[in-house]
Ligand binder design. Sequence first.
Ligand code: SF4
Length: 404
Amino acid sequence: MVQPLIFRKGLDLKDAVKGDLARDYHSDVVEQIRKNDFRFEDGRLVIHLAREFGFCYGVDRAVDYAYQARKRFADQRVFLTGEIIHNPHVNQKLRSAGILFLSDPGEPVPPLGAGDVVIIPAFGVTLHELARLQGLGCTLVDTTCGSVLNVWKNVTRYAREGFTAVIHGKVKHEETQATASQALKTPGGRYLVVLDRVEAGAVCDYIRGDGDRDAFMARFGKAVSEGFDPDRDLGHIGLANQTTMLMSESLEIAEMLRKAMVDRYGPDAMADRYRSFDTICSATQERQDAVLTLLDTEGIDLMLVVGGYNSSNTCNLARICADRVPTYHIADVDRLESPTRIRHRPVPPSDQPMAKLPETATDGWLPRVGPVRIGLTAGASTPNNIVGMVVERLAAFAATSPVG
Ligand code: SF4
């Protein structure tokens, strides 16, 4: 069989797509704010932009490769396995460029085969999906981020050494599914996905011998590898994360599980029974740190966090902010309906379970008179032009009401 082509380092068209990328995602407003010490001032309005925000290195690269793929294979069908990143604006741009989404109902018609090109997004795909695409003879453009590959390397090692990978992540998230599949590369490899502290607490109870097996499996049955046996498989555990989780929560979960293992097996057994390593990517960490600095130093009245509602790293930025000030997570600039009305997704504070609350509208979100300091950040999948449009709309809103 002819081996399918896999491009992992771009397609030698970086310069050729530079202009298209700038046209679609660059913002002069944002560049001006950067130059002005991340501050924008207009009348009564001051906006403080977080010093790290928006596209991360992994997203930058994935979007760049997608544009390169479209150009290089202009006469072939080009697919994405699903959303390239969790931002509706970027996905729409790619659709408009003629890239098809395998996740869309009815795609592909006719079926995939040799001659088709498939782009693998920054969060990767499961081993099963990769094998399927290779088996069909598709040309692959693999944009899986290096930070995700680093997690995979550790999860693979856990499996080889007989440890169950306990993954802090969202079980349905593409990255977590891909990471979990890495545990299965080794015969007998196992995984368990925990969403938050509450779920980690239930796992800790079981490790300490306080859990009920049926209740455990009823709760985690969809978040474990096939044939998972909590009595056998929680004896040796290694921690990993979806790279975009809340870092403070990941660290806390790792510590909760370590303590439970110490309680069960004693401190001397830890070297043989417990592993952990830091798998939050540096871009996620920098964005979370930057927003904390902003909240600590700038006397912010309210925060706006811009990014897709299904973007894990954006949701976690919003959770950090919601602990401290009124916070509005908006998917796009159109959610800023007027100086009095905003549509946004409510954000639970970081010590509450993650919840997918429906979008809601709030009236009176922007103080009508007097100075207002708005903190602004954006998730790793939000392009700068959206951030720039948000700034321009805020400036227009603030101008419509008196200084007071
Ligand atoms: S958030 Fe981190 S792991 Fe995910 S694409 Fe960006 S840099 Fe890579």
